[in-house]
Design a binder for this molecule. Structure first.
Ligand code: KG4
Ligand code: ZN
Length: 336
């Protein structure tokens, strides 16, 4: 089976062709970062318009470059939530219309299941069961995924998502947008001592995390720093360390809660090398197996939506034409 997959939940317009395996035949991403940068964050209306402009072009390009036509595509799938409602509606309406016109089935895919399914794109695929940290701009969730791909929620952020905290701290430090990559780059420049930010939620039972206090602590420290002491890269490195230590310490707790010896990282923030290294260190210490999403599939993309579609199809079957975008869609068992 070969699927045309579409992702438009936030600020990336993405199209992929994925066949059984899953094998990614093509994965195209048109990032809107330059459009949103002047506003310091994603502007929903701007995102919807850009999806409308780019989606048909990317679908055309994906078909041209792979040589596929409606005859060699078996289904059309699209992210149906969670995300920005206007942005989701562009992808869902397009996918349903194309499926109808081509006489093919369609499937609405959960974006968070997409991030989890990005672990199928590891080489070799990192198969469940595992305990995963799904860490992106909108979500920070510890989940258990069993052999049948049933997901249960173990804990998550009580306030800001980790990616959001990276974005806000980058703004505080005037490093630009989006925050994750610029904080990582700036942090790499610092080789001196670190400002000691306390690790949020350390010592508390369970695997909930919180980042708003850390963000405020960075803002205060920057305000109080003497002129000579204000290097952005020192704060970036210190914040990154506190955030990564928190995320990985709670991953260890989460795996303990679910009794797993297999852990996984996925989502936009999983592209962060310090986080990947810290997770690898944890796996080595505990003799656990670790699956880390390939960097190119950490941020939003349609290849992971195609991979998730194969799993969701086995579980739920095709979607009816009534299935629509749902901006608040959660993972099964998710209590966030
Ligand atoms: O998964 P994603 O592309 O979109 C959502 O579903 O939210 O994640 C985007 C988030 C942004 O907050 C971005 O700053 C963060 O992932 N991010 C990173 C890095 N690359 C992207 N955070 C830390 N380090 C990175 N290298
Ligand atoms: Zn995402």
């Amino acid at each position: 089976m070969r699927i045309l997959a579409i992702e438009t939940s936030c600020d990336e317009t993405a199209v992929a062709v994925v066949s059984s395996g899953p094998v990614v035949e093509i994965s195209l991403i048109s990032s809107q970062i330059d459009l949103h940068r002047p506003f310091g964050g994603v502007v929903p209306e701007v995102a919807s318009r850009a999806h409308q402009e780019w989606l048909p072009k990317l679908v055309g390009q994906a078909l041209d470059e792979t040589g596929h036509t409606r005859d060699s595509i078996d289904a059309v799938v699209a992210t149906r939530g969670p995300g920005l409602i206007g942005a989701l509606l562009v992808g869902v309406s397009f996918a349903k219309s194309l499926a109808l016109a081509w006489g093919k089935p369609w499937l609405g895919v959960n974006h968070l299941e997409g991030h989890l399914a990005s672990l199928d794109l590891c080489e070799p695929p990192f198969e469940p069961p595992f305990t995963a940290l799904l860490v992106s701009g909108g979500h920070t969730e510890y989940v258990d995924v069993n052999e049948n791909w049933e997901v249960s929620f173990l804990g998550g952020t009580l306030d800001d998502a980790a990616g959001e905290a990276f974005d806000k701290v980058a703004a505080i430090l005037d490093l630009g947008y989006p925050g994750g990559p610029v904080i990582e780059k700036s942090a790499a420049l610092w080789t001196g001592d670190l400002h000691r930010f306390s690790e949020p939620m350390r010592g508390r039972p369970g695997c909930d995390v919180s980042f708003s206090g850390l963000k405020t602590a960075v803002a205060l420290a920057v305000e109080q720093a003497q002129n000579g002491d204000r290097e952005a890269s020192r704060f970036a490195a210190s914040f990154q360390k506190a955030a990564v230590d928190t995320l990985v310490r709670k991953l260890e707790v989460a795996a303990g809660l679910s009794g797993r010896n297999r852990i996984a990282l996925c989502g936009g923030v999983a592209a962060n090398q310090a986080l990947r290294d810290a997770a690898a260190k944890l796996a080595l210490k505990r003799d656990w197996q670790l699956g880390v999403c390939p960097k190119k599939y950490c941020g939003d993309n349609a290849a992971m939506i195609g991979a998730a579609a194969f799993r969701a199809l086995r579980r739920d079957g095709w979607s009816s034409s009534q299935v629509d975008a749902d901006p608040r869609l959660s993972l099964v068992g998710d209590q966030n």
